[in-house]
Structures are given as C-alpha cells and as structure tokens.
Write a protein that binds this ligand. Sequence first.
Ligand code: AHR
Length: 660
Amino acid sequence: MIIKKSAAITFIVCCFLSANVQAQSKSPILVSAGKPIAEVQPTMWGIFFEDINFGADGGIYAELIKNRSFEFSMALMGWTVAQNKFNEGAVLVLNRQDLNTGNPRFIRVTKKNTEDSLSLTNEGFRGMGIKKGLRYDFSVLCRQQTPGLQLHLELLNASGDVIGKTVLSPSGKANEWKKEAISFNATDTAWKGKFRISFEGTGIVDLDMISLFPSDTWKHRPGGIRSDMIQLLADMKPGFIRFPGGCIVEGRDLANRYQWKKTLGPVDERHLIINRWNTEFAHRPAPDYFQTFGLGFYEYFQLAEDIGAEPLPILNCGMACQFNTAESVPLTEIDSYVQDALDLIEFANGDANTKWGKVRVSLGHPAPFNLKMMGIGNENWGPQYIDRLKIFFKAIKEKYPNFKLVVSAGTDPDGERFDYLNNEERKMGADLIDEHYYRRPEWFLGNAARYDNYPRNGSKVFAGEYAAQSDHTVSINNKNNMATAISEAAFMTGLERNAAVVNMASYAPLFAHEEAWQWTPDLIWVNNIQSYGTTDYYVQKLFSTNRGTNVVTALRDGKALTGQDSLYVSSVMDKNTNDLIIKVVNASGKEQTNTFKLDGSKKFASEGTLTTLQSNDLSSENSFAKPFNVAPVDSKIAVNKKQMIVTSRPYSFSVIRVKM
Ligand code: AHR
C-alpha cells in the first residue's frame, strides 16, 4: 500500500515537472486583466429561433393535436375516422368563411343510432409524448346542432391501450358556439401516444379547435410552450433571441411570408399558413408542416422577457426567398411592409394611447417590451434589397433615430454578393450587419482572426447564423460532434476578442425534432418527451454564461492566439463579479501545457475554476441515450504568484475563472 502510494506521488510529481518543462519551453501567455480594450455587449451571445425542423408546431409550442382546426390543405390530415358501420357523411368538413376568415373550417359530426360507434383519432406530431400522472387540458369549440352527443376523450399508447380518459358533455345552447374544456390525468407514459374522441348517443355537433395541452408548460401557462426545451434556452442565459427566423420570414413567395400582425389575439382566429419547410427539401418532405401561429409575436416577446433576452424580431423586407420565387414587392407598393415595421415598434414599446401599444396592453402586457432593434430582411441580397432597405431606413430612423436596424449580408460570408452588400450597408450607416457562415470545421478554425482587421468604427457585425458543417451545407449527414464544437469554440474566441466589432452572435438552427427535421446540424435535439444539447450547445452555453463585460488581451510574444500550435485564446473580465475569464481551445489531438501570466490586478485568488468540454475522439456526440456523453466538467486550478500552468487536454475547450 505504502509502495503504491509513493509510486502515485512520484507519477504526479513527474507529470507536474514534465508539464512545467513543456510550459517553460514556450513563452508565457500574458493576460492583461487591468486593461480593458473593448466592451462586450450584453447582447453578445444569443439564440436564433426559427420554425424549422418542427421547432414551433410540434416543438416548443406544446399543443399535442396536429391540425386542430382542420385548416391543413388536406382538411383531415392527422385524423382518422373510425366507424363500426359505414355512415356516409358522418364527419363532414364545413366552411364558415364569412364568419371567421382566419379559421373558416370546422367539422360536423352526425350520429343517428346509439348502437353505432364513431370516433376520431389524432396522431399528434409524430405521435404524442404523454407523461404518467400529468394533467392534460382538453378544449374544443363546440356547437350543438342537435344536442345529445357525449364526447369520450381518451389518451392511447402506441398499442392502442387507454392511458387516461374522461367524458365531456357539451353544455352550450343549441346552435351556439361555445368553448368547452375539461382536464384529466394520464395513467401511464407513452412516447408515441394518440388521442381519441368517441361519440356516444345520437345528435349532431360541430367541432373546431380541438386542442390538448400538457399542464407542465413553461411557467404553467395554459396553451403554453414546452418547458424542457425552454429550460435549455434559459440555462444559456442568452443576451438576445432572434425570431421568427430565418427563411421563414421571407416565405417561398410573398403570400407565404411571416406577417406578425396575423399572429396576435385569440388563437382560433390566427390564420394558419403552410410552413415553407414543408416542401423545401425533396429528400426531407414534411407534408404535415404548417404554421398555426399558436406561438405568435406576443408569445415570442413574452419568451424573450422570461429568459432575460433582448427581443430581435426579423421582418420581411418586401422580398420572398431568393432561392425560391424571389418575388419582390414593387417599390411603389412597399408602404404596408414599412408600416408593419413601424407598427411593431409601437406594439412593443408604445403606451395604451397608441394604436398598437393598446393592442399589447389588451393582450395582458401593460409594460413595454423595450424593443431596441429589429432586422429588415433575412438572407436577401442584390441592389433590389438595398433599394428596399433604404426606404425602411428612412422611415424608421426618422421616427425612431436611436432604434437599431439589423441588415442582411446575404447567404455567404465572402464573394461578390457579400462585398457589394457590406459596402452599401456600411455607406448607409447600418447599425448591425448580419453575416452567415455555414461552413466546414476547417473554415471556422482558419477564421478565428476574421475580424482582427475589420473597421472599429461604423457598422457592427451580427454573426446571425453559423454552424460548422461536418459534411456540407444542407447535407443530411451533418452531425454535431466534438470536431464541430471545437471549431466553433475556436472561431468564437475570435468573435470575443473582437467584441469591439462583433456585438451579437447566434448559432443556427436551434431545434430539431428527431423524426421531423429538415435541416441538420442543429443545436438541440428533441423527441416527444426528451430534449438534449449537442456538443455545440455546451460551447454556446459556456461562452454565454461566461460573457464578461470587457475584453482584455491575452498575448504570446505580443500576438493573439488564433491557431498557432492549434491553440486559440481569448479573455474577458467581468466588472460586476470582478472575475478574469480566459477561454482556451486546444484544437489538436495532443495535450498542451501553457503558462498564463496574469497582470493588472494587485491580487488574484490562489485558486480559480476550470470548466472543460473535452473528448479524445472528434466524432464524439451526445444523443438521446447519452445526452451528457460530452458535457462540461468543473475542476480547480491553482494560481501561484500571478501565474497559472494550464494543461489543455486534446480537443478541449476550457473556461477559466479567477477572482481578481
Ligand atoms: O438556419 C437554417 C436556414 O439557413 C435559415 O432559415 C436561413 O436563414 C439559412 O439559409
């Protein structure tokens, strides 16, 4: 035992000495904690939300019934009608266009004989996640034509067993629409559940907005959003949330663009449209993908407020997706688009005496949302975009001179299109230019110095969409793994070092449903019950939760570390907590030991925290089975005479925090 112990001590001493020798063979990295060179904006690290990959309907929007209002192109998509005896016309799809333009269709159920059986089953969005013991809230718009029918409501598991039930006896007067509601508990868990309504008795009843929500929504709001998914976002402490996209803002054509005014108010009046990702990729068809707008702009603002993120809405600039129809509104007819932008500012910030402020107040939010910025256009390009942008600029800046406008730099971070837009937008005095990079990991590793020579004055950069592609853009084989995570972390040290230029950044896309995705890679994966963060999620989270307030230099031989010896380093201080925060990425497969000399404070704590995301295998991933396969691990690090010896394991991203 004694022998073993001394052998272990000898081993540790040898390791320490060899690490020390390795560290001493290279010049130290000098961190000048006392000399802040730029501010890190509170908005620096944020999130990008788009209704892609079943991100909203079938994703964070917790509604379990697919096609609840029969407005999908195929009115009964998602529903199965079952009868023991075939009765033609037992379930009819009707239309009341004149009374409810947002939601014209409903169904009429007729049952003439008590002994017949008739039921409607909804399949959910790739099944329904049902949790044992949880309360489920059912509601329906109901009009009894001939009273007498009772609705038996049942949760089913994949085998068809009943795992929760209740009975609803409509109480409305004959011929009057009434919202009926009832709650009941699930007796078992099902990953791919269904919901059945069986009709007992005889009568005729009209039904619409057949809805079922779990009660464990975020903040337990009825008709709310999925708490496990939102918790993952809240845990990131994002500086902003960009919504609602992405290409969804543009639409395949202008009629299919996102129109925020149509997403407010009673959910049964919100006009559903086809989701543009429904038909985008022939290799990933999603014929049942629609936007019900149950999650609308009010809910997005509320979400931003809940998670402490600045709201960043992106509005259509009068142009549909240029990969699709490229339809553009004539300049002479652009006024309503511009008015939408002006009205949105009033909706978010105006008081109850303004037209749109009053709407917000009526929806339950008397206080303003303090909207400070907005994007005009997503991935738009060309002179046609600049022409439209100028009109928005003039109108918005005239009325709200300090309001910040985010503009698009197109689809790629380089090339003629990018250069043209970048020049024009800088000339216009754009506040933030939205650059997108969907590139291979090598690109991210090679571009950590991208912003070192960007102009310090004038327009700032919003790295609005980025993700390392393990295969290639829109390949179905893209995966988030240690290779993509490390390359993004390396690149992000460059964004942080250049916080004087880069004021905001967000990974994209955010969510993907295991069975219903169109685009990969994605930051967070979900199924009907679980959600997990990928390796890249932890990179985002570590940057965001260690944002700091000011950039300080971390230099070796007077130079920033932007990939020399596969090492990437950036550093910030946090004036609020008095912490020095150093981020170190070792993108090589070899362990590296470096000495960090700390400067700029009389004293540093003798010990700091070291949080590391690491794997020896670049192909390591997280999964539903192993959600924390690669996740940050905390340890301590010694600070001795203002010096730290930092051993960076192969393929690792570490965050060091030391009190000053
Ligand atoms: O993030 C997925 C898509 O990529 C976005 O909708 C679009 O802006 C970009 O092309």
